[in-house]
Design a protein around this ligand. Structure first.
Ligand code: ATP
Ligand code: MG
Length: 247
């Protein structure tokens, strides 16, 4: 899709830009999404465009949560759909999670375009179009979710979620896994499991951990979760940025 060798030092960042641009052209990513991408790219640069050890740990904990959950849901917005459409389907298959489209700037056209984009990349059922559930405490459009999806989920993966909605989901008592390159973002700070990593690396990593942990007992998964400290994970990421050591 992109005519640049994978060995190019900026390959991932160029691929990301290319996919986001294509996403905008295809009507799945919003203009706001372009801005969010720029913000994320700056943080990824400062993190050395690599998965920190603390993020790898968080990705394993996220896998444990998704495997233990009764009703896990992966929330997908326009950037996530543009960047990792196939990888989201693989994570759903590896953990038994549902996929739900959930947009900050919701339009029926974009909802439908994202759902079919995900299905073109191998996803099964895609939720979010019914919008028969609500997140309490949010303005009407922002609050819309599916009653049998995010509304009744116990564990939700929200990559690149907006801070308000991340907070409101937490108040509903859900276990939130947030993927966000900015460790200072409110979304990352309210998460039970903040993953400070590029969604491009994080989603396949969570899937790999889920496959590896698939046969483990509930007790083992619970122990992996119990050892995790979200604040330590955020501090490790912030420290990596402040150290200025791009590896
Ligand atoms: P706050 O959470 O502080 O309220 P916000 O949610 O309003 O801020 P946005 O710019 O809307 O801020 O959020 C975009 C977030 O997504 C940024 O924190 C950015 O770092 C992150 N982000 C963008 N692209 C990626 C990516 N590819 N992988 C992971 N995170 C990303
Ligand atoms: Mg945020």
């Amino acid at each position: 899709e992109l005519d640049i060798p994978e060995s190019h030092p900026r390959y991932e960042s160029l691929l990301t830009r290319h996919r986001i641009e294509a996403g905008v052209e295809k009507g799945i990513t919003s203009k706001q999404g372009l801005i969010a991408e720029g913000r994320g790219e700056a943080f990824d640069y400062l993190l050395g465009e690599r998965t920190l050890e603390s993020a790898e740990t968080a990705e394993r904990v996220a896998a444990a949560h998704l495997l233990l959950a009764d009703r896990p849901v992966l929330s997908v917005n326009g950037n996530v759909a543009a960047l990792v459409p196939g990888e989201i389907g693989e994570l759903a298959a590896a953990t038994g999670a549902e996929i739900e489209v959930n947009l900050f700037n919701r339009t029926d056209e974009r909802m439908a375009a994202i759902a079919s984009h995900l299905r073109e990349h191998g996803a099964g059922e895609v939720k979010g179009l019914d919008a028969d559930g609500r997140i309490p405490g949010l303005e009407h459009e922002r609050a819309k979710v599916d009653a049998d999806g995010i509304e009744s989920a116990d564990v939700v993966l929200v990559p690149l979620e907006d801070g308000d909605r991340a907070e409101a989901l937490g108040e509903m008592g859900k276990t939130e896994i947030v993927i966000d390159l900015n460790p200072l973002s409110r979304s990352a700070q309210v998460a039970a499991v903040p993953i400070v990593d590029n969604v491009l690396r994080a989603v396949p990593n969570i899937t790999a951990h889920a496959r590896e942990l698939d046969e483990e007992s509930d007790a083992t998964l619970e122990a992996i979760i119990a050892e995790f400290d979200p604040n330590a994970a955020l501090q490790a990421a912030e420290q990596a940025i402040r150290s200025g050591d791009l590896k």
